[in-house]
Design a protein around this ligand. Sequence first.
Ligand code: NI
Length: 224
Amino acid sequence: MLLEIPGVLNRAQLDKIDQVLANARFVDGRLTAGMAARRVKHNQELEREPKTMELLIRILVSALSHNETFNSAVLPYRMADPIFARYRPGMTYGDHVDDAIMGRSGPRFRSDVSMTLFLRDPESYQGGELVIRTTFGDRRVKLAAGDAVIYPSSSLHHVAEVTAGERLVALAWIQSHVRDPARRELLYELNRAREALLKRAPEEESTALVDKSFANLVRMWADV
Ligand code: NI
């Protein structure tokens, strides 16, 4: 499932991130790329300076942990420290699939869900769409600052060349409690139906059955 999540970060959080990044150093993105991705990766990434990273991670993790759509669609179990990537004119990231195992420094985990969080207004740069190849064709994604898109880490994707301005994004990879994308999508939709029923008809027996089925499907499929 490819899902856009609007308003993950608010204006105050975006301003704070801008402030932190204003004096930060960016390095060649190829340093963090796997062997296959290195050939097609041409961008810059924030240098992992502990104080800066801690501040940025705190903003991002607190925003994500409070976001109901993110939690319901991803069912997050573990998450790597996010990467902040910058694309200036001429920069691009060709077709690739994200690494399956993440977490070089800390504990290792499997990437199930990839997230791109847009940090710049789309009018402020040209190009720079995230293009995800799905079975229904290519999806081109370029969202408002503060919005995120999540998609299965197994998808082939690329970033179109930036031709003017600067594309700035935060990237995160998450291991889900539920590994299979089709099961995650089913649980996400069932949970939406469950929440609507709990609001509209909390006393009805069918609501209790949907609620019970949701909980027991999670129990059946979840890794912990
Ligand atoms: Ni990628």
